[in-house]
Structure formats: C-alpha cells, structure tokens
Design a protein around this ligand. Structure first.
Ligand SMILES: Nc1nc2c([nH]c(=O)n2[C@H]2C[C@H](O)[C@@H](COP(=O)(O)OP(=O)(O)OP(=O)(O)O)O2)c(=O)[nH]1
Length: 138
C-alpha cells in the first residue's frame, strides 16, 4: 500500500483580460496531447506549494509574473484512466506581456469559444465551467 496518494498534481491558470477573454496555449506537436489547446501550467514538483508551482510554470511558459494574491482557485478535473488532477485557478492580474516560450502558439478566446477548441479531455469540463461562470457573471 503506497504511503501517499498516487496522483500527479497539475496546476493551471485561466488568465483573463479586461473583456473576460481567456488565454490558452497550444501544446508542442511532439508532446503528449500535441497540438491541443490547454490552460498554461504544469506539474507540481516535489516540495512545492500549488501556487508556487503555478507561478514558476507561468514564468517559464509565458514569461510573466502572476500576482500571488490574484490567484483564485476555480475548479479541478480528474479522470479514472489517468493519474493527473488538473487544478485550475483564475487570475486577473500579472506583470509582463504573455509570450509563447514553450507552446506552439498562445491566443485569447472568449469563454463561449473554448468549447470549439481541440483540448485534452480534462480541459473540456474546466472550459465548460468557465463558460458557465462567465454567463452567470454577465
Ligand atoms: N498545463 C496543463 N497541463 C494539462 C492540462 N490538461 C491536461 O490534461 N494536462 C496534462 C498534460 C500533461 O501531461 C500534464 C502537465 O504536464 P507538464 O505541462 O508539466 O509537462 P509536459 O507537457 O512535459 O507533460 P508530459 O509530456 O509529461 O505529459 O497535465 C492543462 O490544461 N494545462
């Protein structure tokens, strides 16, 4: 019996601009889920806090500094056939201009357009929840 749960924690962020559009990134073609659109983020490393991991990943992937106090836990997604648990935050404040340092491309999408993107399976319910929350807020 393992001493710890056998999950792979992944933190990701829905960066939102002034109009409520969400930044998505397209995974490099050679990687697992290559070409699919995902929320920027990545795996939490040993000894890291969730927010610390997210700030590190976003610095590496987009070259921006997320404001720690602007990270709001939003939702999470998991599936029975994979160990990853994607924990999604929202964030309205950061420093710098996002650049695709790791991804094939980055782009801003209004929440209602997220469902039309090719995404990894865990992102489908997260994107739907964001769209629903945006509709409630308007
Ligand atoms: N960053 C991110 N990862 C996601 C999302 N949805 C989803 O299933 N994932 C998966 C893809 C990856 O297997 C893992 C994140 O790993 P990572 O970004 O740190 O590293 P990686 O691409 O090199 O991952 P991998 O090749 O080992 O699968 O979580 C998402 O929205 N954002």
């Amino acid at each position: 019996m393992p001493r710890f749960p056998t999950i792979v924690p992944v933190v990701a962020v829905a960066l939102m601009d002034g109009e409520g559009a969400v930044l998505m990134q397209q995974r490099p073609a050679h990687k697992h889920h290559g070409g699919l659109w995902e929320f920027p983020g990545g795996k939490v490393e040993a000894g890291e806090r969730l927010e610390e991991a997210l700030i590190r990943e976003i610095g590496e992937e987009l070259g921006i500094a997320l404001a720690h106090d602007a990270l709001v836990p939003f939702s999470f997604a998991s599936a029975s056939d994979q160990p990853h648990v994607v924990m999604l935050y929202t964030c309205l404040r950061w420093q710098g201009e996002p650049q695709a340092l790791d991804a094939q491309a980055i782009a801003w999408f209004p929440p209602e357009r997220l469902a039309g993107l090719a995404m990894p399976p865990l992102d489908v319910p997260l994107a739907a929840a964001l769209h629903k929350a945006a509709k409630r807020a308007n």
